[in-house]
Design a protein. Structure first.
Lengths: 299, 273
């Protein structure tokens, strides 16, 4: 897999405040990458550096082999920056065509590209409308469309589904999943279940420092299961802990149990055994997740 | 840091400025206001003053007045309409260009639109594309007003068509060169100011305080008189009177334009978006 983005010893300060501290990571072409962290952790700062909007105070960063903002990245890296808006004076079509023209498309191709990308986000009916006439969610989808012009190699979406209704948020997730083969998405979101579903690599920022997680990586010594129940089951911890293959059971959240497993049960696989137990004890479960949830991994 | 520039991208940015003026509601309103003001200028000062200048009764008085102002050469022009137009246009277009070019990147920067554009064009291309877009707009506006004056002159006397046309082309060239440093100054202010209103205020302060500042330090050390060449329009009175060195009258505005664009580019490339 080719390395798309590489950051080493990246620091960024705004006056006294250090927004990023010694950040190192690599992003390779492939599955979407999640950028998560609490408010003020430095996510938008990192996005801005990768897009070339701001310069790092120190350290090295390369995007597609060059410094961010260089012409080599034009048309190959696209982004939806948080809160960036289209020009309210021009129709959606006009602006998408303009961006396509800047990316080197001809007159006809830019029209086709504008129609193709707006169709991808399900906004074809609003092609001739001005951004002011659209709702917040619709404007967001249009700005996602601009990021897809020319099928770039990297697309960075900062809070892409924030403010979208569940149906359209799901459409955006499906869009990201369907385009993941040709484009590497970098997604910033507070919706961890969304990121968990989509991403293979998680960059977790906290107070400017980076902790990296791989959601698809195998847990070396132990396996984990996350069991979500309809209601709290007081005896669940005791019953499960008594099994010889269960190392530990934690009540990670209300109605949620994290089960740490070592080895296999003599008769059945641990997950089958857990479900069998639920059936025998008449515990009504909602979901059994193979592994820790991203939320439990990070926090 | 090497210079990144693509004429294709700069042209796309410049031509988008034309669309902004001619095909948006706000642009059309600004255009309507411009046309109205120039209709008034053409109807009252230009047309009536031209009649006065060309009338035998007022000729001596006009000669005296224009002679005092050093503008006697203007009376020898083929059409007096053009002379009056030149007097009005040489001062009004530079001032108007400041207003017209006050929002080259400000609104886009505040709205975040510049972030979309900067992923597709270098900051130098954005700055120069927008600058040339404004130059094209001003060029077209000046061309339209000049055509209107030529039509007025030809309507009065059809024999002056060729002479007026040639003179008009010369004036158009002079006017374009005159407005260049003003637009470039606005490009410079736009490289770091986030609102067109603030950019206009900065310009006002610049033209109000810079001459005072230069006069003060010039009184201490005469070598600083060279700073006067940083003020756009310093050559305008010479250009209007058609006096002084012709080369200097071109070199000064072109040099100022280059300097302001370079300074703007330097700031733009270093600024956060």
């Amino acid at each position: 897999m080719s390395c798309l983005i590489k950051a080493s010893a990246l620091n960024k300060s705004f006056g006294e405040k250090q927004a990023l501290a010694d950040v190192n990571f690599e992003i390779h072409a492939g599955a979407p990458v999640a950028l998560v962290g609490p408010n003020g952790a430095g996510k938008t700062t990192l996005f801005s550096i990768l897009c070339g909007y701001i310069k790092p105070s120190s350290g090295q960063v390369s995007v597609l082999g060059v410094t961010p903002g260089k012409s080599e990245t034009f048309g190959r890296l696209a982004a939806l920056p948080q809160d960036a808006q289209l020009d309210p004076r021009f129709s959606v079509l006009h602006q998408l065509k303009f961006y396509a023209r800047l990316q080197g498309f001809g007159r006809k191709e830019s029209q086709y590209e504008a129609e193709r990308t707006i169709d991808l986000v399900g906004m074809s009916a609003s092609l001739h409308q001005k951004p002011d006439g659209l709702s917040h969610g619709m404007r967001k989808r249009v700005t996602i469309a601009q990021a897809l012009i020319g099928s770039p190699e990297i697309v960075m979406l900062d809070e892409a589904t924030a403010g979208l209704d569940p149906l359209h948020a799901r459409e955006v997730r499906e869009l990201v999943a369907s385009l993941s083969g040709e484009t590497t998405f970098i997604l910033s979101s507070h919706d961890l279940s969304e990121l968990e579903r989509l991403c293979g690599q998680v960059l977790y920022l906290d107070q400017g420092s980076l902790k990296e997680h791989h959601t698809n990586a195998l847990q070396e010594q132990f396996r984990y299961f996350t069991l979500r129940m309809e209601q709290q089951e007081p005896e669940l911890i005791e019953v499960l802990t008594s099994r010889d293959y269960v190392v530990e059971v934690l009540n990670s959240q209300d109605k949620e149990y994290q089960i740490k497993v070592a080895g296999e049960s003599a008769d059945l696989a641990p997950d089958i055994e857990i479900l069998t137990l639920c059936h025998q004890k008449n515990w009504r479960y909602r979901q059994l997740v193979n592994g820790k949830t991203l939320e439990n991994q990070l926090f | 840091m090497y210079w990144q520039f693509s004429f294709q991208r700069a042209w796309s940015l410049a031509s988008f400025e034309l669309i902004r003026l001619f095909f948006t509601k706000r642009g059309a309103l600004a255009l309507a206001a411009f046309v109205t003001v120039w209709c008034l200028i053409l109807y009252y000062p230009v047309s009536s003053a031209a009649a006065m200048v060309s009338s035998e009764t007022f000729k001596d008085m006009a000669m005296q007045l224009f002679g005092t102002l050093g503008l006697s050469e203007l009376l020898t022009w083929p059409a007096p309409e053009l002379a009056i137009y030149w007097l009005v246009a040489a001062y009004s277009f530079p001032v108007f260009s400041l207003y017209a070019a006050s929002d080259q990147t400000c609104a886009d920067r505040t709205r975040g639109t510049l972030r979309f554009i900067s992923l597709r064009a270098s900051r130098t291309e954005i700055l120069l594309g927008r600058f040339f877009g404004q130059v094209m707009i001003l060029f077209l506006l000046m061309l339209f007003t000049l055509l209107a004056v030529v039509v007025m002159a030809v309507y009065r006397d059809s024999g002056v068509f060729v002479d007026t046309g040639i003179k008009g082309l010369g004036l158009l060239k002079e006017l374009v060169i005159a407005v260049l440093p003003f637009i470039a100054l606005m490009s410079f202010f736009n490289s770091f100011i986030r609102s067109s209103r603030l950019a206009l205020i900065a310009c006002l302060l610049f033209f109000g305080l810079a001459p005072v500042f230069i006069a003060v330090i010039e009184s201490q050390l005469s070598i600083f008189s060279v700073l006067n060449y940083a003020l756009p329009g310093i050559q305008l009175s010479d250009v209007i009177n058609r006096q002084g060195s012709g080369v200097a009258n071109y070199l000064i505005p072109l040099g100022q334009t280059c300097c302001y664009l370079l300074a703007g580019d330097l700031i733009m490339r270093r600024s956060s978006l």
